[in-house]
Design a protein around this ligand. Structure first.
Ligand SMILES: Cc1cc2nc3c(=O)[nH]c(=O)nc-3n(C[C@H](O)[C@H](O)[C@H](O)COP(=O)(O)OP(=O)(O)OC[C@H]3O[C@@H](n4cnc5c(N)ncnc54)[C@H](O)[C@@H]3O)c2cc1C
Length: 470
């Protein structure tokens, strides 16, 4: 022990204040626990500071610019539309600040203590927290680890001035002339599209045979078509091999469908996945069980192999999503408070804020087929929905998958404008065990995009109104 090291005894210690950690802290406080949160960076974690929120703010700003330029098809002429990217970034930062400030106020209101610094486990019930030159110890009854994840670095593309991770790509001060994106997953597609809408010449290199692997090809095809329409070059089966720095940028070499190609860029954005922040916490030293890839092994309550320590969010296997982290945070807090909560992952929506948006919940038609289920599908096009056409959004479809015999809703896939919001109704339907008939008999307001859920249910039942039943 360093001379002067001070030990504080706390009840529940949460490490990391991202959407997993801060939600867990609030829930534990609501249940009467005294909670202390250690955070080495900013409140809100990746999601609020360098993830979900700033990316969606930039997506919105870039769409606004795009829509203004395209307004003449509705008879509205807008002249001299231009972008002051510095101001776009300022506005984005204001949104982030408002939200992280909100977490601070919630902590205060719930009497949650915040300790700035980096935590390292020294035993099963104690951590050291390093904050500059100061080191303090915290002894806890229960701990929730929510330290999140960081971008994976490719050895041939070390992060630096010209090679960006998503964090730097969100904070660029200029709009790149040429941007190469390595990785066509959701982060690459979202950020690549932002800069394409702002005027960058964007090239996407994706190793597998479709962008957004994991989503059905009939959905991702629409996104790829729109990307190409916006002059984004999309290369699938494209493996980035290396790069050479030039005076003003880089030249990326990639093998595209077996052929070597070179791409000039002023920036390269590498988004090939994320790895859990579990390697610098001293977890193996205290005997915690991790998977080979460094994810913490937990049970249905988030309890690790050390009974008084829980783990949630991106450091636990499953989709690296903010809403999964928050959900697990609530379950872990409730478990610590003695409640019989347990995770049930049947309803974790997945959303990509691409153009058009993509969302999915429950099982897809492909999965229903693979599982040998007897199922029905209702696939309703945006083009047959009045609201969609009146807001110039007639591209895409809603697909409901249900059990053939009982009509119980099993899943939905949506591609089209507002897919991110529309999916919520089907998430609730699956959670409630609703049937196609329940959705069909629910009066949906007209004219709304939401009516498409009712129409898709009618289609699956064989009596659609606004399309012919073939
Ligand atoms: C560009 C981008 C866009 C995204 N968009 C979406 C989206 O639209 N929807 C969605 O659901 N998800 C999105 N995500 C994913 C989402 O951000 C993560 O899944 C989510 O933040 C995980 O939450 P978490 O609480 O597990 O960890 P994090 O948010 O990563 O928070 C972990 C916190 O722990 C702190 N920490 C780490 N180690 C220590 C330590 N030793 N001591 C003290 N503190 C520590 C970190 O500083 C950090 O603040 C996006 C991610 C990125 C990068």
């Amino acid at each position: 022990m360093v001379v002067g090291e001070f030990t504080t005894e706390v009840d529940v210690l949460v490490i990391g204040a991202g959407p997993g950690g801060y939600v867990a802290a609030i829930r534990a406080a609501q249940l009467g626990k005294s909670v202390t949160v250690v955070e080495r960076g900013e409140l809100g974690g990746v999601c609020l500071n360098v993830g979900c929120i700033p990316s969606k703010a930039l997506i919105h700003a870039s769409h606004t610019y795009d829509h203004m330029k395209a307004a003449d098809q509705m008879g509205i002429s807008v002249e001299n539309v231009s972008v002051d990217f510095g101001k776009v970034q300022e506005w984005k930062s204001k949104v982030v600040k408002q939200l992280t400030g909100g977490v601070g106020s919630l902590f205060k209101g719930n009497k949650i203590q915040t300790v700035p610094g980096e935590a390292l486990f020294v035993s099963e019930n104690e951590v050291r927290v390093f904050n500059g030159y100061e080191v303090n110890r915290y002894k806890f009854n229960h701990c929730i680890i929510a330290t999140g994840s960081r971008p994976i670095e490719l050895p041939a593309f070390p992060y630096g001035e010209r090679v960006l991770s998503s964090t730097e790509a969100l904070n660029l001060t200029e709009i790149p002339k040429n941007l190469v994106v390595i990785g066509g997953g959701y982060i690459g597609i979202e950020l690549g599209s932002v800069y394409a809408r702002f005027g960058s010449k964007v090239t996407i290199l994706e190793g597998s045979d479709q962008i957004l692997p994991g989503f059905e090809a009939e959905m991702t095809r629409l996104v790829e078509r729109k990307l190409k329409k916006n002059k984004v070059d999309v290369f699938t089966k494209a493996m980035a091999k290396g790069m050479e720095e030039t005076e003003n940028g880089v030249v990326v070499t990639a093998e595209v469908k077996g052929e070597e190609k070179k791409f000039e860029a002023d920036y390269v954005l590498v988004t090939v996945g994320r790895r859990p922040n579990t390697d610098e916490l001293g977890l193996s030293d205290i005997g915690m069980k991790l998977t080979e890839k460094g994810y913490v092994i937990v049970d249905k309550q988030g309890q690790t192999s050390i009974p008084n320590v829980y783990a949630i969010g991106d450091i636990v296997e499953g989709p690296a999503l903010a809403h999964k982290a928050s959900y697990e945070g609530k379950v872990a807090a409730e478990a610590i408070a003695g409640q019989p909560s347990a995770v049930d992952y049947k309803v974790i929506p997945a959303v990509v804020f691409s153009d058009p948006e993509i969302s999915s919940v429950g099982i897809s038609e492909r999965e229903a087929k693979e599982q040998g289920l007897d199922y029905v599908v209702g696939r309703f096009p945006f083009a047959a929905n009045g609201r969609a056409l009146s807001v110039n959004a007639g591209e895409g479809f809603v697909k409901l998958v249900a059990d053939k015999e009982t009509g119980v809703v099993l899943g939905a896939q949506i591609v089209g404008p507002e897919a991110s919001n529309l999916i919520a109704e089907i998430g609730l339907a699956i959670e409630m065990g609703a049937t196609l008939e329940d959705i069909e008999l629910t009066i949906h307001a007209h004219p709304t995009l939401g009516e498409m859920m009712m129409e898709a249910a009618e289609l699956a039942l064989g009596h659609p109104i606004h399309v012919l039943n073939k």
